[in-house]
Design a protein around this ligand. Structure first.
Ligand SMILES: Cc1ncc(COP(=O)(O)O)c(C=O)c1O
Length: 402
């Protein structure tokens, strides 16, 4: 039964201490302030010994926090996560057939790259609507795969790695920007892992990070794509890996403020117990939302399969009758009104669903978020939902009287 929306819903008394629930850039780590950047190596060359040391320190800290195998490489590259994914696609694809998987906006971008931008001859696309995943059983071990480990725009993630044959011949390129540091990942079964600091670490955008398996490096050194590569995509020189990129000699000039900020976040992560502590924070955050959503009569996860619900980019659809019975345009208007109300009340910022996704809410539950803040947010969303519902009920009543 739907609630009686003509009754006022209690207005919560307390607001979350931190109201930044955006899915990227995400909220800074607890206790962050600009003074955390005081040690930044600024106003000097990033190629000076101490500049390179800073970048190397950042590499090492990321390696440790991710738990990378010793024979995997990690490097900072230009143009945020997009730069890292596209550098991998442009540098590695074409040697084999490619299977592209997409179930939300970012995966669709990589499909567009493969189908419309790169002159690839053998591409298969497996896509699914928002909320669903494509059928992984159709993938072929001889082909490369490009996918998004956690679909930030739909809140649907890859639920397991059972489908990955460790002896597969093709590479797996995994855009992992909203998964890395937030959830366990089968790193040893993946060949390229990309992310940006602006997700789980609450860092800054602009720089991407690329992780390469030995198999990916072998491909780089044995295959030269037939298309031109701009300098910012070049991982090899004369058929050899430019291994300096993975030892602090970045392709072009990085922001040392961003590097310092990433180091600060990595230091914080280590100080609270490393990746297990980050995963535990995500689990605690998700538990709050899950128990609230599971008992909700107006909200549900957009993900259709419980095993695929993302605990970081938590995406919700509105299931109330007053919402589902409205037209698409009206739904979008109501979802915007809901989000605006929460912003106007200074309760939550940037929690609208992704612009291409069905109208609803998307709440970041990554490791920099405090569970207490999510617990304080949910009653406000209930209140706001009922404000919108009441508005509609009032308008309908006035309409009937006329
Ligand atoms: C899955 C995914 N891929 C790519 C991107 C683009 O990231 P960036 O803006 O860091 O390049 C995002 C950003 O939210 C994302 O969530």
């Amino acid at each position: 039964m739907q609630p009686d929306h003509t009754q006022a819903f209690p207005r919560p008394e307390r607001r979350p201490a931190n109201r930044h629930f955006s899915s990227g850039p995400t909220c800074k780590r607890p206790g962050w302030s600009p003074s955390c950047l005081n040690d930044a190596f600024v106003g000097r060359s990033h190629r000076a010994k101490d500049g390179v040391s800073k970048i190397q320190y950042c590499h090492d800290a990321m390696r440790e926090l991710l738990g990378l195998p010793d024979d995997y490489l990690i490097g900072i590259v230009p143009a945020s996560d997009t730069g890292a994914v596209e550098m991998a696609m442009w540098s590695l694809l074409g040697a084999r057939g490619v299977d592209m998987l997409a179930w939300e906006a970012f995966g669709k971008t990589w499909v567009n790259d493969a189908v419309k931008q790169l002159p690839l001859e053998d591409v298969r696309v497996f896509d699914a609507a928002y909320g669903d995943l494509p059928d992984f059983s159709q993938l072929d071990d001889d082909r490369d795969v490009v996918l998004t480990w956690n679909g930030t725009a739909s809140g649907v993630r890859v639920p397991n790695d059972d489908w990955i044959n460790p002896n597969r011949k093709g590479l797996i390129i995994a855009d992992s920007t909203s998964a890395a540091f937030a959830m366990p990942m089968p790193i040893e079964k993946l060949d390229v892992i990309t992310f940006s600091w602006q997700k789980s670490l609450g860092g800054e955008g602009g720089h991407g990070v690329i992780v390469l398996s030995p198999k990916a490096v072998e491909r780089l050194e044995t295959y030269t794509p037939p298309w031109p590569l701009p300098k910012i995509f070049q991982l090899t020189k004369n058929g050899k890996l430019q291994d300096g990129i993975f030892r602090g000699a970045t392709i072009n000039t990085p922001s040392m403020l961003c590097v310092e900020d990433a180091i600060d976040a990595l230091y914080w992560a280590k100080s609270i117990g490393g990746r297990d502590a980050l995963f535990a924070r995500v689990d605690a955050n998700f538990a709050i939302i899950k128990s609230w959503v599971e008992n909700h009569d107006q909200l549900a996860f957009l993900a259709t399969d419980a095993a695929t619900v993302s605990p970081t980019s938590i995406t919700l659809k509105i299931t109330a009758d007053w919402f589902t019975s409205a037209s698409e345009i009206e739904q979008s208007r109501m979802a915007k009104a809901l989000v605006r109300l929460l912003e106007d009340e200074d309760v939550a910022y940037d929690i609208a669903a992704y612009r291409d996704a069905p109208p609803g809410l998307r709440i970041w539950g990554g490791p920099t978020i405090d569970a207490d803040d999510l617990a304080l947010l949910t009653p406000w969303i209930d209140w706001a939902l009922n404000q919108i519902a009441q508005d509609i009920a009032t308008k309908e009543a006035v309409g009937h009287d006329q």
